[in-house]
Design a protein around this ligand. Structure first.
Ligand SMILES: *Cc1c(COP(=O)(O)O)cnc(C)c1O
Ligand SMILES: [Zn+2]
Length: 500
């Protein structure tokens, strides 16, 4: 639909203009800093930052109802910059001009309702939001679209040039960063640090294919992150980990999308997210809070953060019910199939502590919960989900396992309805599926494959068939007839097919 066909009263709001006044605010000392320079931590006290729009109160001058119409009308337009996270421009990055928006097809991923079988099995209505359908096949693309639109804005303004985008990654951050940096070639180059052998072959192929400089570092993600922090302190680089608060802003779109997908009615909704470096859960809470404060949604949905028992520092922190006694202790992680979340010292922990408190206060009750799940449960639920039409990655499985566990514990009620983040595409983590099917898990995982979920290909070569076709060597005549008929018979026997 064209803008001209929209109602007169809504037209002036549809195309966003660059406005607002954005600042970094330190979560440690509350000091504020301008955004002309790339900042990751507070120059004074070293704490992480969040970005705020100083004019956020102006957004409240527009009614919730008008905002809902604005977003719904924008959905009808074919303007690329409004097709992604910047449909919510005023809430994501109001200072970014539409012309500077980098859009590669991120966000607005499908929300798929679980079939009757899965709903009966879990005793819950739930949906998967398929973030694997983002351009680099994980949710990280939303944050990158925001961070790179901001970099593009700074480059165009002449504030920075010859940018080297740098990140440490459990796989998906680097895939996303390299993809967006590639789009900005030749103005931006990218380099990524990966823990050696701790990303899947598919994830490794992504930054390589996008032309990034790829470094494999011994250790786990936490070690890579330290190296990247040293590099970003000593050298002139653009850090793209979620320490970069622009990533968080972009990822808030996830919450806005859910609000819009459910027609802004989030009563009895539970939002389930896996936690690694805790950027995602930070963004999800922050996003719902902003929409709530602007009157766009009337209910703050329940948030459920899920971690594997092998990497559960956030879960452990919240085990202590007494707020004053809580103490964050980084942990040494063990191997996990939820490999992208295998993080013992999440960078965004101070943001989580700040926002959980705020979210619960604004909800007027405890509304953020944490749960841990076993590696076994992660794999079993992922495989079961995917046998029922989903494309969940191991972290999607982790989240579904967490939902089931939370229901057992009474945190989730049977009339709740959950939206589960399948944070990446199943294909990125198919090597874990393969280890399960081939019973090759090292003992540390404590995973015993359930025979009902194991699935392996059957090679068909009937013993009495002497000649089989091969590439460049087709069969003909009787040989071919014999081959086709015997192979058909064998398949029919295995499948127990009835004759017509
Ligand atoms: C990054 C990532 C996570 C963890 O998200 P955080 O923001 O680090 O908590 C979970 N799943 C996948 C697939 C990821 O790539
Ligand atoms: Zn500070």
């Amino acid at each position: 639909m064209k803008l001209n066909n929209f109602p007169e009263e809504i037209k002036p709001y549809i195309i966003p203009k660059a406005k607002g006044e954005m600042i970094y605010r330190c979560l440690g000392c509350d000091r504020e800093f301008g955004i002309k320079k790339l900042l990751y931590t507070c120059p004074d006290c070293g704490q992480v930052l969040l970005i705020y729009d100083k004019n956020i109160n102006l957004l409240k001058e527009i009614s919730g109802e008008t905002w809902r119409s604005i977003f719904d009308y924008r959905k009808m337009l074919t303007i690329p910059a409004l097709k992604g996270i910047y449909r919510y421009h005023e809430f994501i990055g109001p200072v970014i001009p539409m012309d500077d928006v980098v859009y590669l097809g991120e966000g607005h991923t499908p929300v798929i309702k679980a079939n009757t079988f899965l709903q009966e099995k879990t005793g819950l209505e739930f949906y998967f939001k398929n973030d694997g359908q983002n351009p680099s096949a994980s949710f990280k693309d939303r944050g990158m679209a925001s961070a790179f639109s901001y970099i593009n804005f700074l480059v165009k303004k002449g504030f920075i040039s010859d940018v080297l985008a740098l990140c440490a990654s459990t796989g998906d951050t680097s895939a996303a960063a390299a993809l967006y940096a590639g789009y900005m070639n030749p103005n931006v180059k990218s380099a990524v640090l990966l823990p050696h052998k701790k990303v899947t072959p598919q994830q490794l192929s992504q930054p390589l294919g996008s032309g990034a400089s790829v470094f494999e570092v011994p250790g786990v993600f936490d070690d890579c992150m330290k190296v990247v922090e040293v590099l970003s302190e000593k050298y002139n680089v653009a850090l793209l980990n979620s320490k970069n608060a622009w990533r968080i802003l972009g990822q808030e779109s996830y919450s806005y999308e859910i609000a819009q997908d459910f027609e802004y009615d989030l009563k009895k909704k539970v939002i389930v997210v896996p936690i690694g470096n805790a950027g995602n859960i930070t963004a999800v809470m922050s996003g719902f809070l902003k929409f709530f404060e602007a009157g766009i949604i009337n209910t703050l949905p329940k948030i459920l953060g899920v971690q594997s028992v092998h990497a559960n520092p956030v879960y452990r922190y919240y085990l202590e019910p007494d707020v004053k006694k809580r103490k964050f202790i980084p942990m040494t992680v063990k191997l996990s199939v939820a490999q992208a979340a295998m993080i013992g010292n999440p960078v965004s922990m101070p943001r989580v502590i700040h926002l959980v408190d705020l979210y619960n206060r604004m909800s007027g009750k405890q509304n953020v919960f944490f749960i841990e799940v076993t590696e076994q449960a992660i794999m079993d639920w992922e495989l079961l989900a995917n046998r029922n039409g989903h494309i969940a990655c191991t972290h999607g499985g982790e989240s579904l396992a967490g939902l089931v566990e939370a229901k057992k514990k009474g945190v989730i009620k049977s009339d709740d309805s959950a939206v589960i983040d399948s944070t990446a595409h199943a294909l990125k983590f198919s090597s874990f599926q393969q280890m399960y099917f081939e019973k090759r898990f090292p003992p540390e995982f404590k995973i015993k494959p359930d025979p009902k979920l194991v699935n392996l290909p059957v090679f068909i070569h009937p013993k009495d068939v002497k000649k089989v076709p091969a590439p460049g060597k087709p069969l003909t005549g009787d040989d071919f007839d014999m081959f086709v008929n015997r192979v058909s018979d064998e398949i029919a026997t295995i499948l127990d097919l009835k004759k017509v």
